[in-house]
Ligand binder design. Sequence first.
Ligand SMILES: *Cc1c(COP(=O)(O)O)cnc(C)c1O
Ligand code: SF4
Length: 345
Amino acid sequence: MITRSSALLQRPDRETKPLPMQARWQTQLARAIRDPLELCRRLGLDEALHGGAEAGHALFEVRVPEAYLARIRPGDRADPLLRQVLPLGEEALPTPGYVADPLAEVEHTPAPGLIHKYAGRVLLIASPACAVNCRYCFRRHFPYEENAPSRAQWDESLEHIRRDTTIREAILSGGDPLAANDRQLAWLVERLEAIPHIRRLRLHTRLPVVIPDRIDDTLLGWLGSTRLQKVMVLHINHAHEIDEAVVAACERLKAAGVALLNQSVLLQGVNDDIETLAALSERLFEAGILPYYLHVLDPVAGAAHFDVSDAKARELVAGLREVLPGFLMPRLVREIPGETSKTPL
Ligand SMILES: *Cc1c(COP(=O)(O)O)cnc(C)c1O
Ligand code: SF4
């Protein structure tokens, strides 16, 4: 005789069909699209885009994970997410004032992989790689290979932090720090938290946005258990980047005690109108993230087509202030080489 519960257990759709499992984040990262032709084909885009895409790709390679691709509208060459990742022929045009290292970061590396420009904070390049290659990136020409430290070189950076008791906060950046594996990150964080004057750990990352499965139990294990206060600055430029998987990843981070902030870059053709910026702030808050910075574009060679003038930037922010509560207003800033903080516009 079949009891009700065993009947339930024997239902073939419950018993035999496993739920479709997402690949682990490492696999998703490894399988990211790296071919401009494939990117165009997958999105049903005009072949005319290829030539330019190849030219841009030769300068800074295409990289788009599937989870991000899924949020791009097929066939729409003006899609604001596509514009962030599709190389264009314009990238190869030299533009006066646009240079390889607009922030002169190479001059502020007291140890390999360590940038100490601002009081109380050091930035550690925890991984040379990114999960997505953003076309406007100010680090698109950064000599990552020279700044991808070995353990011995980490010791040199850690020694610099130990000696300087004015440093309160360690910022893991990159590339994208979460492109590094959890074993390495846990190793580094263990050493940082052993330095008494370090109070805060900050991560600047786009990985929870482009591959939300990165926020798995292994990551939450080391991140949730450190004594350091935790801040994560995400990098989201458009409301469409925040899907339900991103919201779920943010919930897990918050449950682990991580404060969530966002920085955006003001980009022509992506988010340079009031409605888009307002929708971004509203959507961020729905996901439990507070807007932090809205950066004007750094003049990096290959990104001139994303430029928004200072006058327009100010006008947009003034308009935004009329429609948003104060706590949803990002600070409009620029990074000026030699300054000791970001400069408000
Ligand atoms: C932006 C940045 C920081 C952090 O600045 P905050 O204003 O605290 O967000 C620290 N170091 C470097 C090199 C930076 O570019
Ligand atoms: S994720 Fe950040 S560092 Fe990496 S390419 Fe994009 S903007 Fe640059």
